[in-house]
Design a protein around this ligand. Structure first.
Ligand code: C2E
Ligand code: MG
Ligand code: MG
Length: 340
């Protein structure tokens, strides 16, 4: 531990080991292999050591190629957002979307976020990518409003990573994007994970309060998998807890296995926070969560994340099913924002 500006900062080292032989006959090759082994140790979670193996070389080359392609992904318009509907559990009504980024790589096809968000964070490319995601998601919701697909009750959620959050311009970027798109700030939710939050509780609370001043909502994603203490959670200016998919997955057909999902919902109720259950794949899970008082849900049971072109038909279909044919009943009158 190092003490930096009064904060305890953990220090760890990643070690790469290489030996001479078939893979390295010169000192340069030996150093390169040790370097590759060190990056492999970092990728596997840091604070460990790795001995070079020839298979590591191709993995590193692959990452370097992907990294260089990622630099051009925005200008080549290769990024796209898919939108997963968020459903009000009691009524079955869609009331929002979570925007999830995908990379439509010119050679490799569709790449999922878990395969490139880490790379984007390491290279700093997460800032332009995150800015694009935010602007595109806000613009899209306004466009759906204009087309009569959605109304003022619908919200949009955007995921952000720790690197974006640490950027001094982040709050300004959000304020500028909202102003440019004219989206009501209350309709935008920023999803943070517990691991995104700074270790320094006071700094985190001060920073989240600045974000809240813009008027947006904050959600804690994958809630229950991190290590926030309850007293810390109580002081965070968040609006919503997202019940982690692992707690939803364990709810079985006889209603067992739902203890942790229920505990999160009850905790949220005590703290007066909204709940969105993630990864709802089966009707019995949706029923259990509804009975538990969880307000919203998302998951394959309702819909997979959809390309933007499929959203109008999804919303129309969902409303038709709700209203028995009267699809107009989400009409455009001034509605009390019932935000996700
Ligand atoms: P997340 O924010 O927790 O998003 C939920 C993930 O669960 C999504 O995966 C979604 O497609 C998937 N999912 C939804 N319903 C179900 C279900 O019923 N069953 C199962 N098995 N999975 C379901 P995806 O799109 O691959 O995203 C993975 C993670 O990548 C996200 O987790 C989020 O942390 C991150 N991510 C996605 N888009 C962005 C982004 O624009 N910026 C940042 N910084 N991170 C993003
Ligand atoms: Mg999320
Ligand atoms: Mg999540």
């Amino acid at each position: 531990m190092l003490l930096i500006h009064g904060s305890q900062t953990p220090v760890a080292s990643s070690i790469g080991i290489a030996v001479t032989g078939a893979d390295a006959s010169t000192s340069e090759e030996l150093m390169r292999n040790a370097d590759i082994a060190m990056y492999s140790a970092k990728n596997e979670g840091k604070a460990r050591c790795r001995v070079f193996e020839s298979s590591m070389h191709s993995i590193v080359l692959e990452r370097v190629a992907l990294q260089s392609d990622l630099r051009h992904a925005i200008e080549r318009s290769e990024l796209e957002l898919h939108y997963q509907p968020v459903i009000e559990l009691v009524t079955g009504r869609p009331l929002g979307f979570e925007a999830l980024v995908r990379w439509n790589h010119f050679e490799r096809g569709m790449i999922q976020p878990l395969e490139f968000i880490g790379l984007a964070e390491e290279t700093g490319l997460i800032t332009p990518i995150g800015d694009w995601v935010l602007a595109e998601a806000c613009r899209q919701l306004v466009q759906w409003d204009d087309a009569g697909v959605t109304d003022g009750r619908f919200g949009i959620s955007v995921n952000v990573s720790g690197r974006q959050v640490a950027d001094a311009d982040f709050v300004d970027t959000i304020a500028r994007t909202l102003a440019a798109t004219e989206l009501d700030p209350r309709r935008l939710t920023i999803e943070l994970t517990e691991s995104t939050l700074l270790e320094d509780a006071e700094a985190t609370i001060a920073w989240l309060s600045l974000l809240k001043e813009v008027g947006i909502r904050l959600a804690l994603d994958d809630f229950g998998t991190g290590f926030s203490s309850l007293s810390y959670l109580r002081r965070l200016p968040v609006d919503c807890l997202k019940v982690d998919a692992s707690f939803v997955r364990s709810i079985n057909e006889s209603g067992g296995g739902g203890e942790l999902a229920l505990a999160v919902v009850n905790l949220a109720r005590t703290l007066r926070l909204r709940t969105v259950a993630e990864g709802v794949e089966h009707a019995h899970q949706a029923e259990f969560l509804t009975r538990s008082g969880c307000r919203f849900g998302q998951g394959y049971h309702f819909s997979r994340p959809l390309p933007r072109g499929e959203i109008p038909a999804f919303i129309q279909g969902a409303l038709l099913a709700l209203n028995g044919g009267d699809e107009q009943s989400t009409g455009g009158e001034a509605l009390t924002p019932e935000l996700v």
